[in-house]
Design a binder for this molecule. Sequence first.
Ligand SMILES: NC(=O)c1ccc[n+]([C@@H]2O[C@H](COP(=O)([O-])OP(=O)(O)OC[C@H]3O[C@@H](n4cnc5c(N)ncnc54)[C@H](OP(=O)(O)O)[C@@H]3O)[C@@H](O)[C@H]2O)c1
Length: 179
Amino acid sequence: MERKNKVFIATSLDGYIADQAGGIDWLHSIANPDNTDMGYGAFMTGIDALVMGRKTFDTVCGFDMDWPYEKPVFVLSNRMSQMPEKYKDHAEIVNGSLNQILEKIHNKGHHHLYIDGGQTIQSFLKEDLIDEMTITIIPYLLGGGIPLFTDLPERLKFECTDTKIYLGKVVQNRFIRKR
Ligand SMILES: NC(=O)c1ccc[n+]([C@@H]2O[C@H](COP(=O)([O-])OP(=O)(O)OC[C@H]3O[C@@H](n4cnc5c(N)ncnc54)[C@H](OP(=O)(O)O)[C@@H]3O)[C@@H](O)[C@H]2O)c1
């Protein structure tokens, strides 16, 4: 069974996924009159489940909208002891080593995973567990915030396999891990 861990995320021009206060309003700073999803729908079709950090989960829970995911969501957290009742049908808490977490999710039949959240992606990268990253760059210098990338124990080589420009202003690159 082929297994893939994929990232689909937007960053500022200076590489942040949220501003210093965790804000993501700048993600919508480019006018998008036709509501193009910039490939998000097609990406979601290709994944079986999401693995997200607790802080990203908190952000999603704070959106003024219905639960946005149709696929199962696994929330990484050492701090949460119980999933709030409201989200019990949608999401499950997982913790332990990443390999233990992945084994548990694979055993449930989910093999193509969307990995989301800065610290979460960084912890997967530290163990060389990311196979593909689609990064949409919003041309905005935030000057600080939550970075997508941080130090790694070793270099990881990726190959850019696709580049798209959306709305005439936003560059999206797809990178595949070369092992
Ligand atoms: N630009 C974008 O497209 C985009 C996408 C996603 C998120 N965001 C933004 O990014 C911010 C959240 O990212 P973040 O980097 O702060 O955090 P995150 O990765 O979403 O969440 C970090 C938390 O996840 C848990 N965690 C991470 N790795 C773990 C592991 N190996 N085992 C157990 N628990 C683990 C811990 O939760 P506990 O503290 O509960 O133990 C940790 O505090 C939010 O502001 C969100 O809006 C932006």
